[in-house]
Design a protein around this ligand. Structure first.
Ligand SMILES: C[S@@+](CC[C@H](N)C(=O)[O-])C[C@H]1O[C@@H](n2cnc3c(N)ncnc32)[C@H](O)[C@@H]1O
Length: 451
């Protein structure tokens, strides 16, 4: 076995070769970081995704191994600057301005003029980001987009973006997600420690920071927060964009259900999941449930994107709180990214209400990120982790999941759960776990147990 450092280096070099070969087969070269982001078919292949994970895991571990602990710790301790500076660039539409400037880039003074901030400050903020591979400094104090920053580009000319704060992030779910995270997530993060010691009756660190006992979803429904609710609904479209279409439709063979089956998208926001399922299997009936504000948003979305599905009764939009008895006897109840929003007792209420309404043949599908320990556990045997990587592949897999876990703690006192936690939650609420489909989000498929 190679020594520690060489083992990490070998993981990187052998997997870089896999990436290069896959792109070469498609007649392409792997794009450099300087090029704008463009999704490619080559990047979607399973072997490429696995090689990418191993490179990221090994490169991050190699960096942490050779770097001084002082620098590693200072990087973590100064995460607030990353949050604030990224928020500044994203919310001031710098990527959009630089898109119009092209690969030659734009002087920080000119960027500053356009966004109303002194150019000397702009240069320092963008250099901070460029040093972390977001934007690039093409000449001293002149900045252009790169692969990472170009993923923040919105869908309008720079001069039109600020015209309406409601529509600013429309058609740019990743920019909406970054804006939501650096805003609500940041506000919540400030009270995490105090909340963990004593919640003082607040429902989350976010509610404690705001000194408002409403949960974030009730807070979104309050006057003045409509634009944030709209931004959050837009952000919820980001996973489909990041992970590719078809991620939801592939969790079950929808065509194997009897024609006219009823599928409820519980807490479905504006219908990202419903839209994909209804397009894949239009012979069924779909009910999209959420709170009043989200359903009002959903009505606007469906009226513009797919009005026929509403008019012919394929899809029904319904205001319903999942803390009330479930009004629909459905064949499938689909919950994407709902369970991670709530503490255990609330999850049991949600699944209990669904259980009470379900038929004996109904299925429950929970689509969630799956927490994985950083050390070997009882599931390690089914995974092959090359020496000396962490059991959750460090930043490559556990990195994103632990980030979302902290975000759930900060804004809703929710959490990411292990596969065992999902099985246990089902057992406590009358649902037997039948199948787990792996993927960027795990699909946990349960059948009803009479209790
Ligand atoms: C994290 S989002 C997930 C949205 C959607 N399932 C998706 O994956 O795009 C959580 C959703 O739960 C909804 N929600 C929160 N409290 C609710 C309640 N009491 N009843 C129904 N929906 C609720 C929110 O409005 C929001 O749309």
């Amino acid at each position: 076995m190679a020594d520690y450092l060489n083992a990490l280096a070998e993981i990187i070099s052998s997997n870089v070769k896999i990436l290069g070969d896959a792109y070469a087969q498609d007649g392409r070269k792997f794009p450099s970081l300087d090029e704008p982001f463009a999704p490619t078919k080559s990047a979607e292949a399973a072997a490429v995704q696995e090689a990418t994970r191993l490179i990221v895991a090994a490169a991050a571990q190699l960096t942490a191994s050779v770097r001084s602990p002082l620098e590693v710790l200072m990087d973590q301790a100064t995460g607030m600057y990353s949050t604030v500076i990224l928020s500044f660039a994203n919310d001031h539409n710098v990527a959009d301005l630089l898109k119009e400037a092209g690969p030659e880039g734009l002087d920080a003074k000119e960027i500053g003029k356009q966004i109303g901030v002194n150019g000397a400050y702009v240069a320092r903020c963008l250099r901070y980001l460029a040093t972390r591979h977001i934007f690039r400094e093409v000449k001293p104090n002149v900045f252009a987009n790169n692969k990472v920053s170009s993923a923040l580009i919105k869908n309008k000319p720079f001069k039109d973006i600020e015209a309406d704060s409601m529509t600013k992030y429309d058609d740019a779910p990743l920019s909406a997600l970054i804006s939501h995270t650096t805003d609500e997530g940041f506000i919540g993060s400030r009270s995490i420690i105090e909340f963990m010691k004593d919640s003082k009756g607040y429902v989350s660190p976010f509610s404690m920071s705001n000194q408002d006992r409403a949960n974030i979803f009730e807070w979104y429904e309050k006057p003045g927060n409509k634009w944030r609710a709209h931004r959050f609904a837009t952000a919820m479209k980001a996973p489909a964009k990041l992970w590719g279409q078809g991620a939801y439709a592939s969790v079950l063979d929808w065509n194997s259900l009897p024609t006219g089956s009823t599928i409820v998208d519980v807490g479905g926001s504006t219908g990202e999941v419903t839209m994909e399922l209804a397009r894949a299997a239009p012979q069924h009936k779909y009910v999209l449930q959420d709170l009043e504000g989200a359903i009002a948003e959903a009505k606007r979305r469906w009226a513009s994107e797919w009005p026929e599905a509403i008019n012919d009764g394929t899809v029904t939009l319904e205001v319903h709180s999942f803390f009330e008895p479930m009004p629909v006897k459905a064949d499938v109840y689909f919950l994407r990214a709902i369970i991670h929003d709530w503490p255990e007792a609330d999850c049991r209420k949600i699944l209990g209400h669904i259980h009470a309404a379900a038929k004996s043949t109904s299925k429950l599908i929970l689509l969630e990120l799956v927490a994985v320990h950083a050390c070997p556990d009882e599931l390690t045997g089914s995974r092959t982790i090359p020496y000396p990587l962490l059991a959750n592949l460090g930043l490559a897999v556990g990195g994103f999941i632990t980030v979302v876990d902290m975000q759930m703690l900060a804004i809703v006192d929710g959490r990411e759960r292990t596969a065992g936690d999902f099985e246990e939650l089902g057992r406590m609420t009358g649902w037997k776990l039948e199948t787990v489909k792996p993927g960027p989000m795990g699909a946990f498929i349960f059948s009803k147990v009479e209790v």
